[in-house]
Design a binder for this molecule. Sequence first.
Ligand code: 3PG
Ligand code: MG
Length: 373
Amino acid sequence: MKSIQKLKNISGKKILVRVDFNVPIINGKVIDDFRIKKAVPTIDYLSKKGAIVILITHLGRSGEDSLKPVFSRLKKYFPEASFIDESVLGYGATGALDNLKKGDIALMKNLRSDPGEVKNSPSFARGLSRYADLYVNDAFSVCHRAHASIIGLPKYLPSYAGFQLQEEIKNLSRVFDPKHPFLFILGGAKFKTKIPLMKNFLRKADNVFIGGAIANDFFRAEGYEVGTSLVSDENLPIYSLLKKNNLILPVDVEVESGNRHKYVKPEEVTAEESIVDIGPESVKMLDSLIAKAKFILWNGPLGKYEAGFGGATETVIKAVAKSKAFSLIGGGDIVSLISKSKTEAKFGFVSTGGGATLEFLTKKTLAGIKALK
Ligand code: 3PG
Ligand code: MG
């Protein structure tokens, strides 16, 4: 993989820079710009060297989402940037790109507005490639997708890795040779997608603490009542995982029933109740594991934070931030809680990826990384 630092004489050269500006937006406003902020060093570096920086990204799944709110946020970092909100391969876009000058930064329309992006259509990739002399991938968090802008473009243009992509690979790879005690904290939902990760780290980590909705699947497998808690649709074959002695489940949980809330032991949950967070005894237990750990990997919130149950997660964020262990925070939902608590600098590394991070941690590579080699 070639780094953008190797690029010489790029003044006036057009560079397609694949970023991942798939950020959370509510009521037309970006509520967390972590991914935008993380792409700034690459954009800044190329633009200062006189390159014409053409930013390409997707937003959402349907392709219908407008990048307007993203562009407003991007202007906070690059006030002179322009937005080419025209069909990606249309005449309007071609004309607007022709007018760009040395050092200019432009954001193109949502890539998924063209079906060729997700289909990885060669004609779409070729069409895009005609806009530029070079391609830079700085979108680690979408490198698990075999889409045109990720694996198609490198077939047509000399290709390079941006700073954030390199940082992600360097830091996440530390997990393959961790210091011990190694504590893995896993939360969130979507149990099935996390099984490979769990199996892998039950072998490698000294302790694996399970929180979030995935703990509910384990409680159900134990034979406990889980009431109306979020669980997987199917009964997954997880019983064998339960028997691993480095698997640690919460010893108490917060349950909700109507407006009532209380802390109970997992085996005391009733049919009317729903588990929404881990309880204080579990947090205490986790705190002592954190204090002993030399390496911490954490993915997924411990409670239903989007419904206001981020309490335990926020307490544990503080404990991890304080610990001397090298801490890797693997992507997605916790990141917005971390941005909120302004603790990012206190972690070893906070990944921009969600699905991409999980896949990298098990497979050690991603489609988009292979395409750059
Ligand atoms: C993400 O948010 O995980 C990436 O931007 C990929 O988006 P996708 O899951 O819609 O492909
Ligand atoms: Mg996603």
